[in-house]
Design a protein. Structure first.
Ligand code: PMP
Length: 417
C-alpha cells in the first residue's frame, strides 16, 4: 500500500489488527491480521471427544497410541504400482462423476464374491473415501427437519453430516446386554412421524460388535413398518471373527431401501487413497452425482484405478490381515479381562475392543485422560460415541502385538492404583 493512502488504512484498522509495518523506498507496507468472522453455525462448535484426544497426543512424546482407526499396514506394493501405472497410461484427466466403470464393476464383483450381494455397476457410486458417502446421500435424501436414527454408540461424523444436510440426528440408546444392537423397544422409543431413515454400522465402530442375522431381520421389519431408508455402513465387512457378515441389503425386501456403503480404506489398507463406494437405488446415485459435480467432481483417477486392482486381486491378503487383527484382539481382550475393574467382551469384528471400565469407578473421560497423562497410553472415551458408550473405552488394535502388549502392561499398572 502506498504511504498516504489514508482511507484504505483506516478501513483496515477498523476491520482488524495492524500487525507489521515496513517501508521500502517510496512504499510502506501494512500487514493486517483480520479476525475473520466465522459462520454462526460454527461459532459454538467444539472439538469432539475424539479430536481432543488426537490434539493432546500431538503435543506429547512416548505415547502408545491405541486410538487410531486405521490399519497399521501400508498399502501393498502391487496396488501402489497399479496406481502409478494408471498415471503413466494417461489416467490424469477428470474422472467420470459416478466413477470409472471398471472400478464400479470391481466393487460389484467383490461384493458378489464375498457376500453374495448382486448389483449392477449402474447402481454404484465411487466416493472420496467412505466418509463422503453419508454427506452426499443425506444431501440427496433429506428435507429440513427430517429425522435420522443413529444407533449408539455411533461413528461420530454421522451426526454432523445429518445436521449439515438439514436433518435431525436422533440417537437410539442400546446396551451391551443386546450386544449394542437396538431392541425393538429401543427403536420404537426413538421413531416419530418425522423419521426418514436409520444408520446401521456392523461390524461397528466403536463397539466392534457384529449384529446377528436375527437382530438384523428384526430391524428390517421395523424399517418396513415405518417406511424408512437405511444407510448400512459395512466398511469393516472383511474383519468378522464371530459368525458371518450379514449384508443388510440381502435381507428380504431391503435392497430397494438400503444404501450399502463401504470402501477400500480398511480392507485394503488404503486410507490415504480416499476411495469408498456406495450401492444404492438409481435415483439416489444420480442425485449424488449432481451434488458431487459442485463438490469434488469425482474421485482421484489414480486412486480409483488402484482400488479396482485391489478389489480384484487381494482376497488372500485381506484374509491374512484380518487373521492378524483377530489374534491381536484376542490377546488384548485376555489382558483387559485380567485388569481390576475392567470387563471386555470377546472380539467380534472390525479392529476395535470396547471394554467396560465402570468397575474402576471412573467415567470414560476420567479413565481416558488419566491413562493418557499418567501411563501415556491413548484410547478413546466411549461417551464420545453417544451416551450409551459411557463407562466404556474404544481400544484400536491397529498397532503391532509388541506395542499392544506394552500398552496393556502400562494399563494394568494404571488400574492397580
Ligand atoms: N465408516 C466407519 C464406520 C469408519 O470407521 C470410517 C473410518 N474410520 C469410515 C466410515 C470412513 O472411512 P474412509 O477412511 O474411507 O473415509
Amino acid at each position: 500500500m502506498r504511504t498516504g493512502a489514508g482511507n484504505a488504512l483506516e478501513i483496515r484498522k477498523e476491520r482488524g489488527k495492524l500487525e507489521r509495518v515496513y517501508t521500502a523506498q517510496y512504499y510502506t507496507f501494512y500487514v493486517a491480521v483480520v479476525n475473520m468472522e466465522l459462520a454462526k453455525k460454527f461459532s459454538e462448535q467444539k472439538p469432539s471427544g475424539m479430536v481432543r484426544v488426537f490434539q493432546a497426543i500431538e503435543k506429547m512424546n512416548d505415547v502408545l497410541n491405541l486410538s487410531i482407526g486405521e490399519p497399521d499396514f501400508v498399502t501393498e506394493p502391487d496396488i501402489v504400482d497399479a496406481g502409478a501405472k494408471a498415471a503413466k497410461n494417461g489416467f490424469t484427466h477428470y474422472p467420470p462423476l459416478q466413477g470409472y466403470l471398471d472400478v464400479r464393476e470391481a466393487a460389484c464383483a467383490y461384493w458378489e464374491r464375498h457376500h453374495g450381494f448382486k448389483s449392477s455397476p449402474d447402481n454404484v457410486y465411487i466416493s472420496v473415501g467412505g466418509l463422503h458417502i453419508p454427506w452426499l446421500a443425506f444431501g440427496a435424501l433429506l428435507n429440513p427437519g427430517d429425522e435420522v436414527m443413529l444407533i449408539e454408540p455411533y461413528f461420530t461424523p454421522y451426526e454432523a453430516q445429518i445436521r449439515g444436510n438439514g436433518g435431525v440426528p436422533v440417537p437410539v440408546k442400546t446396551s451391551e446386554e443386546n450386544n449394542f444392537a437396538p431392541t425393538l423397544d429401543e427403536l420404537e422409543a426413538a421413531v416419530t412421524s418425522r423419521t426418514r431413515g436409520i444408520i446401521l454400522n456392523y461390524p461397528g465402530n466403536p463397539s466392534g460388535r457384529v449384529a446377528t442375522r436375527k437382530q438384523l431381520e428384526e430391524i428390517a421389519k421395523f424399517v418396513e413398518a415405518h417406511d424408512l431408508f437405511v444407510l448400512s455402513d459395512e466398511i469393516y465387512e472383511s474383519m468378522v471373527f464371530k459368525g458371518e457378515h450379514v449384508c443388510f441389503a440381502n435381507i428380504d425386501g431391503m435392497k430397494e431401501r438400503t444404501l450399502l456403503a463401504s470402501g477400500v480404506s480398511k480392507s485394503h489398507c488404503m486410507t490415504g487413497w480416499r476411495v469408498g463406494y456406495l450401492f444404492a437405488p438409481q435415483n439416489v446415485i444420480n442425485t449424488m452425482c449432481v451434488l458431487s459435480s459442485f463438490q469434488t467432481y469425482g474421485v482421484n483417477s489414480l486412486s480409483q484405478k488402484a482400488a479396482a486392482y485391489a478389489m480384484n486381486t487381494q482376497d488372500e491378503k485381506v484374509k491374512a490381515r484380518a487373521k492378524i487383527f483377530g489374534e491381536r484382539m484376542k490377546a488384548v481382550e485376555k489382558r483387559l479381562n485380567a485388569m481390576k475393574g475392567v470387563k471386555c467382551h470377546p472380539a467380534e469384528g472390525a479392529f476395535y475392543l470396547f471394554p467396560d471400565i465402570s468397575g474402576t469407578g471412573m467415567t470414560s473421560e476420567d479413565f481416558t485422560w488419566r491413562l493418557l497423562n499418567d501411563a501415556k497410553v491413548a484410547v478413546l472415551p466411549g461417551n464420545a460415541f453417544g451416551s450409551s458408550g459411557e463407562g466404556y473405552l474404544r481400544i484400536a488394535c491397529t498397532q503391532s502385538m509388541e506395542v499392544l502388549m506394552m500398552s496393556m502392561d502400562r494399563m494394568e499398572e494404571f488400574c492397580r492404583h
